[in-house]
Write a protein that binds this ligand. Sequence first.
Ligand code: NAD
Length: 436
Amino acid sequence: MNITIVGTGYVGLVTGTTLAELGNSVYCVDVDASKIAKMKNGIVPIYEPGLEEMFLRNIQADRLHFTTELSEAIDKSEVIYLALPTPPGEDGSADLSYVLGVAEQIGSLMTNYKVIVNKSTVPVGTADKVREVLLSKTNSPFDVVSNPEFLREGFAVEDAMNPARVVVGSTSERAKEIMSKIYQPFTNTGIPIIFMDEKSSELTKYAANSFLAVKITFMNEIANYCEKVGADVDHVRLGMGSDDRIGHRFLFPGIGYGGSCFPKDVKALIKSGKNENYDFKILEATEKVNQKQKVILAEEIDDYFDGQLQDLKIAVWGLAFKASTDDIREASSLDNIRIFLERGAKVIAYDTVAEENVRKILGDQIEYAKDMYTALEGADCLLIATEWPEFKNPNFKLMAEKLKNKVIFDGRNMFPLELAEQNGFYYKSIGRKTIT
Ligand code: NAD
């Protein structure tokens, strides 16, 4: 099948590449000319494990094409996916200008039947809005489908090739048949397609992300309480998670959730609720707790140094909002670094994958180390902000040699407490005893 994807970010590029891998001819459109130029030259513009190999293979097989011109790609395909940004507006609501803007362009360009598949995360009722915009621009027939994306950055290729389920919101038999054909390689292997109406499908995505944000935040509160009463969150987490009604996943405490999805989707659902005079109290609390959790260690560091951060040097391991991605949107590292800088400390950070993106925001307000141990040279303490695997089993002897003080604040609970103790470190993690 010929498929057009509009927007080639994390979702669009991964969706396009995996649909090409499944044998479709895919036309990727983006307004970012430099991104398109890179991709035409065989360069993947984002960091996503496993993507490059599949990307190159499908370019070689002539199944993956790139253009900045929507008009070029529209005629080629019956199915057009929208994988466009839906960032939070000032009031927290999802900004639909990208989605509706492209819908308007499609409406002006299309001359025969199209299925417009929305993969962006959008509030309930957006399919209707897209439909209205299209109707105002075209007399050609079309269907609008909601097909939310559940992939995780860092595992995007794996998730896109082997999803837990595919959710398709559509009331059109013709569109459902086309979507079934696209996802037939999945259904063939037992992956279910769950069909529903557009509104339920749009809400499914917000409900899923908000639930996960609540789960993480709940565990962070349990962890904070563990510290107050001398319990160990690792034991509590194992004890809780063994109950299969709860499960082990998303029970790891830390310095809050970030990224391009959870924060904005929680905000958007709160705002959508308000529009219907409904208060999502649990989500409002989640947001508040998470904001505080993100900087809980910056405040602990400030306390440790008696409020005297000026001229201290703080090493930060990890900048990405989580491991295996270069995405730094709403990353906890940035909130902590901003506090350190405001209070006069110097920061030297290490994260070779996310560094380039942080440089675009912080420039040379901080230093960037070329390896994890160089970052520690002469530093007054270390903050671990991302759970990159290379931090899991470090050379403690070398760390002790490089650091000015043997002090670690670990926002991702990377080490067993005994290891920090044996190596003589002050070690503060989340929800566990502080080693002094
Ligand atoms: P992104 O910012 O990485 O990519 C969006 C792309 O759209 C960019 O390349 C941008 O240049 C392009 N674009 C903007 N305006 C355009 C236009 N008018 N025409 C063509 N291209 C245009 O965003 P993303 O992370 O891929 O997210 C896209 C959507 O998917 C969002 O709604 C997001 O909430 C949702 N989503 C994201 C993830 C994730 O993990 N990133 C997971 C599930 C769902």
